[in-house]
Design a protein around this ligand. Structure first.
Ligand SMILES: Cc1cc2nc3c(=O)[nH]c(=O)nc-3n(C[C@H](O)[C@H](O)[C@H](O)COP(=O)(O)OP(=O)(O)OC[C@H]3O[C@@H](n4cnc5c(N)ncnc54)[C@H](O)[C@@H]3O)c2cc1C
Length: 416
């Protein structure tokens, strides 16, 4: 059963709704700009990004950006309950800050928990307002699910780190002013124990961002190369070599944020409209599959309510983020397949030639994003198995071995 607002929460909800009424348009449906750019040129993506940033600034200036953050760091000094209430109200409006909230929710808690006062004062307010945009420099060609296998080196020389190496799949690095980087600062200890969490200025001449267009043509991914990039020790978050603890704080928020996404054009309601338009709504198989997708969508909604309820009650969820992330992306994938099947042979068309400008085709091509980004399904399922079902942990043979002595596939021998 849905929880009823307390009188204070009801007053807050009404204040949020009034502010939104004055500053935003209600969602209309499929033509909403907040659904993302319809074409994937650099210009269209840059324009969408600017619009997202403008909305983030409007929110910050109105006092609604990071409601639960302390006032001294630019927040509202409110509660987690208020943050949820605001998000519930905002969902009715045609607004989005795009990927900015993701980087804010990864970086903010990490800085508040592990950063020092000078770092919090310097970075937290421009982060929230979108004045400084951040990217996550974690994954590498040989370090994704096994992130602690990362090889980008950070050598401490005369009070600064010199960084060399490569990152991969960095979302929106082309728009980023700063990146939070995991680098190997000590190869002589086991792999989790020799990593530092560094803040890097993306305008440094040693940082080279190269776009990685996806098969559908969008350009949010990049490879990032570092050549002798100098980072002052004052830009280490947490302890030198203690970056794994900071990374865990950022990763804990990621899957939950992904699994919570259930707005946009890929709803079963949109699918029903599409099936009707294409004359396929009387087909029993289509109806049956749409019913399955609808059921999953509803279950996801209930899970989100349950998670919000836990947060409102001050309980910290355990594997709920993983469960939601897996179900969200499986449901999205099923809807994409149905949307394609409804079109029959015309599903082979793409872009402007296709129905609905190829929206469902794009969703099919997008499926790996959901099942890989923020941790793959297999890895999340491992976590659910171990932590929720009590299954045996995966065997780990590298816990006591210095990183330098581990075998890797890249050098055919050890990671020296
Ligand atoms: C949309 C999107 C956005 C992203 N944004 C960023 C970003 O901004 N910054 C960043 O640093 N990274 C980002 N990534 C990268 C992402 O974190 C990695 O792709 C992910 O962690 C998987 O790593 P990998 O690609 O190296 O695959 P691998 O880890 O090599 O996995 C390959 C396959 O092996 C399976 N596998 C691996 N280990 C296990 C295991 N223990 N048990 C069972 N199966 C296993 C995997 O499930 C997968 O099927 C993004 C990825 C996507 C798709």
């Amino acid at each position: 059963m849905k929880r009823k607002d307390t009188p204070e929460e009801a007053a807050f909800r009404s204040e949020a709704r009034s502010w939104l009424d004055a500053n935003a348009e209600l969602r209309r449906g499929e033509g909403d700009w907040s659904n993302g750019p319809r074409v994937h040129t650099h210009e269209a993506e840059a324009e969408y990004f600017d619009r997202c940033r403008t909305w983030q600034r409007t929110k910050f200036d109105g006092g609604w950006a990071c409601i639960a953050w302390p006032r001294k760091y630019g927040g509202r000094g409110g509660s987690a309950a208020q943050e949820i209430i605001y998000a519930q109200e905002e969902a009715a409006f045609d607004v989005t800050s795009g990927f900015l909230p993701a980087s804010i929710s990864l970086m903010g808690p990490a800085l508040m928990r592990h950063g020092n006062e000078a770092q919090r004062e310097r970075f937290l307010t421009p982060l929230q307002r979108g004045d400084e945009v951040w990217c996550q420099l974690f994954s590498e060609p040989e370090a994704g699910s096994d992130l602690a296998a990362l090889r980008t080196r950070a050598e401490l020389v005369d009070g600064e780190f010199i960084v060399n190496g490569q990152k991969l799949w960095t979302t929106s690095a082309q728009f980023a002013d700063y990146g939070f980087l995991l680098a190997r600062s000590n190869p002589d200890v086991p792999k989790h124990a020799g990593i530092s969490f560094l803040l890097v200025d993306m305008s440094d001449p040693g940082v080279d961002v190269r776009p990685l267009p996806t098969c559908k043509g969008d350009r949010h991914f990049n490879e990032v190369f570092f050549t002798d990039v100098r980072i002052p020790v004052s830009n280490v978050v947490g302890e030198i070599d203690g970056g794994w603890a900071v990374a865990k704080t950022t990763l804990a928020n990621e899957s939950m944020a992904i699994g919570s996404g259930r707005r946009g054009r890929d709803t079963t309601a949109a699918l029903v409209r599409f099936a009707r338009d294409r004359g396929r709504w009387s087909d029993p198989l289509t109806r049956q599959r749409v019913a399955t997708a609808y059921t999953q969508e509803r279950v996801l909604g209930f899970l989100q309510d349950k998670l919000q309820q836990a947060l409102l009650d001050g309980r910290s969820p355990d594997v709920d983020g993983s469960v939601m992330k897996v179900l969200w992306s499986e449901t999205r994938s099923l809807k994409a397949e149905i949307g394609l099947d409804i079109q029959g042979a015309e599903g082979l068309l793409f872009g402007g030639d296709a129905f609905d400008r190829g929206f469902w085709q794009e969703l099919v091509l997008d499926r790996p994003m959901g099942s890989i980004g923020g941790g793959t399904h297999e890895v999340h399922r491992n976590g659910i198995g171990e932590r929720a079902l009590g299954l045996p942990r995966e065997p780990r043979v590298d816990r006591e071995v210095a990183f330098r002595d581990l075998k890797t596939s890249m050098d055919g021998g050890t990671s020296k």
